[in-house]
Design a binder for this molecule. Sequence first.
Ligand SMILES: *[C@@H]1O[C@H](CO)[C@@H](O)[C@H](O)[C@H]1NC(C)=O
Ligand SMILES: *[C@@H]1O[C@H](CO)[C@@H](O)[C@H](O)[C@H]1NC(C)=O
Length: 409
Amino acid sequence: MGLRRFIFVLSLVLLLNTIESRINTILGSSPMEKAPTVLNVGKFGARGDGFSDDTEAFVSAWKTACASSAPLTLLVPGGKTYRLKPIIFLGPCNSSISIAVEGTILASGKISDWDKANRRSWIMFNKVNGLKLTGGGTIDGNGHVWWKVSCKVDSSRPCRGAPTALTFQTCEEVSVSDLKFKNSQQMHATVSDCKGVRLSGLSISAPAESPNTDGIHVSGSTDVKISDCVIRTGDDCISIVSGSRFITASSIVCGPGHGISIGSLGANGAEDTVSDVLVDTVQLEGSTNGVRIKTWQGGKGYAKNITFRNVVMDNVKNPIIIDQNYCDSAVPCREQKSAVAVSNVAYKNIKGTTANKVAMEFDCSHTVPCRGITLEDVNLVTASGVAAMGFCKNVYISKSGTVVPSTCS
Ligand SMILES: *[C@@H]1O[C@H](CO)[C@@H](O)[C@H](O)[C@H]1NC(C)=O
Ligand SMILES: *[C@@H]1O[C@H](CO)[C@@H](O)[C@H](O)[C@H]1NC(C)=O
């Protein structure tokens, strides 16, 4: 072989080697290389056949991703269904991780896969910061098995909690976008003790009669923005509870279910606080409530600086409601002196139809009345044409623009 020819072959081999190692880096098949950019869960043994248990494979994929010093993407490929038992993705990690769920993640259908003492979550991210979860795929809670044994469906059963499909516990700068959630065991997605969370482009669905299947539940969190979501479930579309501040929900479609809810707050005498909430551009269809604030008697704390604006109601039973006498218990609640104070709540440009005659209800406490309630351009009518009514108790209201119904009975 001539020298030229030798050099040519040598450089060809070197070139092919480089290309191969590039490809390996992309496919994540070469553990000898530096951190791959995409890790396919299949490489860790996940089968995605819809039957096999892929929990362990997901855990080891997560461990690898979490240990990596370079940001990478965990890929859950499309066209496959990965079955998972309860799973905890534990942080903090060495860099921010993206997860692309292109296929379906399906919950185990065996209740016995959950530890009896801890069955409140299915997929949990604990202390994971900077996570991006996206991909257009589906998270399916396989909830039917749990609904059947819920005390709300079968009253001979004891009341025990069922798992939340997706929980973010203690996190910062997390974004969840472009995903479908369906048939969660109980709530679909919970954001708990987090800061800086963005949820957008989510479609969440479960049957109207499925028990406690809230769409998105926010608790103890600051700076959470929920946008462009369609939520059709059996319970609250969005619920915001204690310790939450600076929460925005915009461009949301809800219904059936129980509407958008702040609370319940102050159960069992608790001191609960929610403030600085903006709910903007929402369509509610056939839900039991529209925009609701609910607090138990005997609680402490506050719900304040809350704005509901640009809301369209379609056949909603209680379009606007503040209920300071909320009581979701088998025994009636006794009247008590202390209450969670409700103040500075604005309703602006709220229109549409009410299924009940009472379109606005302010049922506030005698000792701690609702203060600073403003109504601006509200027009709620019954579908039948009968005049709608307002109900007001212990509330200070100011009005501007056109407000229909205009009176409180
Ligand atoms: C982060 O990287 C260090 C050093 O490589 C490693 O010892 C540690 O286990 C990694 N952390 C996680 C959470 O994997
Ligand atoms: C009231 O809440 C809105 C919406 O979160 C927020 O932008 C505004 O700063 C809050 N106002 C005060 C006085 O904190």
